[in-house]
Design a binder for this molecule. Structure first.
Ligand code: TYM
Length: 329
């Protein structure tokens, strides 16, 4: 049986990288005959502490955004990670078998720790172990996510096989589901790095609730190069390739088709075509978001329902894990 799990940090309004790399696939996968869990991973987001009301708002923003994108709570279990305590419990247990050197290699740790005199935070270091627990707790088989999550999936499979070898086979193998063209949408002002929710200022990303004008502006300001034709060359022309990938992600046209259709355009004119495609796709999401966000009671009800369903599986699996380990008498 297929079990799908994925998570997103409540660190602000999701951007079009989150949408094309992950959320779009989350929505599409609801057509499959699978059990599906989508989690707002608030425990991961507190590795960078913030004000209480900011976190609360971000959780509600994310819930409204995911619903506006088409996550259907009747089809998918949409829940808040910290509601299910078993994530932390399993994280501890799995962490007991994770070699430190494995974690030191991961890009996120290196990035966030570089300039810290005290050597970095435990939560940032063990972040990938908690992610492993999220995934394995539901005996997940498929994780739809962007390319940046591939290293975490490798760790997950490694940890699962260490557990299975020692305690007996329990966790299935997990595969990453990602779409090559949109698995890594880049920062609009600096196409050498990925588009990010937390890093980079104005016009580096397009958020799902941006206005039409903001979208046009950000696309117009996107860094390209001095060649005027529209060609797809991610290595030598990363800025233009990024626009083509965004365009492709929102229209379903292939990168070849897009270049064919854009033969008469220079990159400046092409930007307006891209902006139109983004606006067309985002406008209904933005409108639905604003409608949903005004009813917090409804959003909380959906998370409560999601918690109940996730909890049922989590409790059952955690109990079996405790038995395998010898924690139940
Ligand atoms: P997060 O919150 O950073 O991102 C959520 C999802 O969006 C994808 N993504 C992108 N895809 C394409 N281009 C981009 N520029 C881009 N930026 C982000 C991410 O790959 C992700 O799929 N560690 C995870 C959260 C997490 C998780 C999990 C994911 C916790 N537990 C279990 C999957 C399974 C994260 O920080 O995602």
């Amino acid at each position: 049986e297929e079990v799908i799990f994925s998570g997103i940090q409540p660190t602000g309004i999701p951007h079009i990288g989150n949408y094309l790399g992950a959320i779009k696939h989350w929505v599409a996968m609801q057509e499959k005959p699978a059990t599906i869990y989508y989690s707002i991973v608030d425990m991961h987001s507190v590795t960078i502490p913030k004000d209480k009301s900011v976190l609360q708002n971000h959780i509600l923003d994310m819930t409204a955004c995911l619903l506006a994108c088409g996550i259907d709570p009747k089809r998918s279990v949409l829940f808040q990670q910290s509601d299910v305590l078993e994530h932390s419990a399993l994280s501890w247990l799995l962490g007991c078998q994770v070699p430190l050197n494995q974690l030191r290699k991961l890009p996120q740790w290196k990035e966030k720790t570089e300039n810290l005199k005290h050597g970095g935070y435990l939560g940032v270091f063990s972040y990938p172990v908690l992610q492993t627990a999220d995934i394995l707790l539901y005996k997940t088989t498929h994780v739809p996510a962007g390319e940046d999550q591939a290293v975490h999936l490798e760790l997950t499979n490694m940890v699962a096989s260490l557990f299975n070898n020692f305690y007996g086979v329990f966790f299935p193998k997990v595969s990453l589901f990602s779409d090559r063209a949109s698995a890594r949408i880049r920062n609009l002002r600096d196409p050498t790095v990925k588009m990010s929710k937390s890093k980079g200022g104005k016009h580096t990303r397009i958020e799902l609730t941006d206005t039409d004008d903001q979208i046009v502006n950000s696309v117009k300001k996107a860094l390209t190069d001095f060649t005027s034709e529209v060609t797809y060359d991610p290595v030598n022309r990363p800025g233009v390739a990024n626009l083509i990938e965004i365009h492709s992600g929102f229209t379903g046209l292939s990168t070849d088709e897009i270049c064919q259709n854009s033969k008469q355009l220079d990159t400046g004119e092409y930007k307006l075509v891209v902006a139109d495609a983004v606006i067309g796709a985002i406008r209904p999401i933005r409108d639905e978001y604003l409608r949903l966000r005004s009813d917090e009671g409804h959003l909380k009800d959906i998370l409560r329902l999601g918690h109940e369903k996730a909890q049922e599986t989590a409790s059952r699996n955690w109990n079996e894990i405790r038995q395998l380990v010898g924690m139940t008498l």
